[in-house]
Write a protein that binds this ligand. Structure first.
Ligand code: GLY
Ligand code: MN
Ligand code: MN
Length: 445
């Protein structure tokens, strides 16, 4: 665990975290009339007709309890009993065996080691009165329920409220991501390719690519307008316009999710980036307890309309730009999402623990978070402004297209777009930005 926080501090954070999650599991199980749950971490998967492994990502409800992603393992959580971890440690001369459990979390568990998958079930002490959770929980195992949607919805709903241990992990994930962002920004002067920038990010943040919380988006020039751009060009572009990096860090299974966009110093596109950055900070400040995230998403579009008008991209009033849906062409994704054990954390649309969902408004179908913000939520605030040819063409053909300065749009097409993304913890009185202090400590504004 993190070196500059004492082991005692982590121990006490983890103890409180485990106690909180024991209560959450107890409540969820009671609501579903079940005695407890077994969470399977999942299995290593192999390529078809091959003995090569895919990268392994453990079930999030396993990582709640266990900082290390043991494959083929399970935790048994039964209220009133000491939690049990059964982990798999095969003698395998092809692969490194999983490490022995160590660290502040181990005191909380009874821990047993098994060598082969079949023995795992035997070690779990009978499961007919328990719920099975995870990809490896099978109907044939004799559980009272398997991945019961009602149970999962209870857990998903409470998962939005991060424990102080989870916040500490996400602060550390932010620090890891910030190291990578800072290194790529410093390297820009040498005109690197996307491939090189990705390598620089992984090296500086100390992360192997297969273990990143999500695949880095490393986009130069017009690629910045492809929302989940997945390639890595090996050739630097002939002329540098923009660099968009969406890349995070992982710590004990918890993620950070950070995006910054840069233009050449002195390039007028930098003014547009500055405007989006100011707008993003305004939205971060408004991410307070009681704020309806659907309304905040709406507010982002109102502010974006002002930016489009101020920069001469829209030739109408900001109100008209917003009302006619022009902003939705320039910002087709949602304002952000819950963040935690998954980058797009589960439960973003739940109205309560019962499973009913609040769908996003029809004009914002990709909005992943429709809840009212409460203390303990960690959310991303990630407005963007993109020049996406296919969407712009539709706009040009429509009546609203007459309100757009197409020469201005054509000028910015080679720049692709802008996204500014921070991770924000909602507090009792407002919010705390987890990203900006981490970037600042690495020398980035
Ligand atoms: N990195 C993916 C996202 O920002 O949602
Ligand atoms: Mn995000
Ligand atoms: Mn992102």
């Amino acid at each position: 665990m993190r070196q500059d926080r004492s082991a005692d501090s982590w121990a006490s954070l983890y103890a409180d975290h485990a106690a909180a999650w024991e209560q959450r599991f107890a409540d969820a199980c009671a609501a579903c009339g079940i005695d407890g749950a077994v969470v399977f971490s999942g299995s290593v998967k192999y390529r078809h007709r091959d003995d090569l492994q895919y990268p392994f990502f453990a079930e999030p409800y396993f990582r709640v309890w266990v900082p290390y992603a043991y494959p083929g393992s399970a935790v048994r959580i039964v209220p009133g009993e000491k939690p049990l971890l059964v982990y798999q440690r095969d003698e395998d001369f092809w692969h490194m065996p999983a490490p022995e459990p160590e660290g502040v979390w181990t005191d909380r568990f009874e821990i047993r080691c098994v060598s082969i998958g079949k023995a795992l079930l035997r070690e779990l002490n009978g499961v007919s009165h328990l719920a099975g959770i995870g990809e490896d929980a099978g109907e044939e195992m004799g559980f009272a329920s398997v991945n019961d949607p009602a149970l999962l919805s209870h857990l998903d709903y409470t998962r939005a409220f991060k424990t102080p241990y989870e916040v500490a992990c996400m602060e550390e994930a932010s620090r890891i991501g910030a190291l990578g962002h800072a290194a790529t920004q410093r390297a820009l002067a040498e005109a690197p390719s996307e491939f090189e920038l990705n390598e620089i990010y992984c090296r500086a943040s100390g992360q192997r690519e297969s273990a990143l919380p999500y695949q880095n988006i490393v986009a130069l020039n017009e690629h910045a307008g492809i929302l989940h751009y997945q390639n890595l060009d090996r050739q630097p572009p002939a002329q540098f316009c923009t660099f968009l990096l969406d890349a995070g860090g992982d710590f004990n299974g918890y993620a950070s999710d950070i995006t910054r966009t840069r233009a050449s110093p002195g390039d007028p596109f930098a003014d547009l980036i500055d405007s989006l950055d100011a707008m993003q900070q305004q939205l971060c400040a408004e991410a307070c307890p009681g704020t309806d995230y659907v309304s905040l998403n709406d507010r982002a579009h109102q502010l974006l309309a002002e930016v489009l008008v101020a920069h001469g991209i829209a030739r109408c009033s900001a109100d008209e730009c917003y009302q006619r849906g022009i902003t939705r062409v320039f910002l087709p994704h949602g304002l952000g999402h819950l963040l935690g054990l998954q980058v797009h954390d589960a439960g973003g649309r739940l109205e309560g623990p019962g499973g009913a969902e609040r769908p996003p408004p029809s004009e914002h179908p990709f909005l992943r978070l429709t809840r009212t913000l409460e203390p303990g939520f960690v959310v991303t605030i990630e407005p963007g402004l993109y020049f996406i040819p296919a969407l712009l063409e539709d706009l040009r053909q429509s009546a609203a297209g007459r309100s757009v300065d197409w020469d201005r749009v054509a000028r910015w097409l080679p720049y692709g777009g802008i996204r500014v993304e921070d991770d924000v913890l909602v507090t009792e009185t407002g919010s705390r930005n987890l990203t900006r202090p981490a970037l600042k400590s690495c020398g980035l504004a």
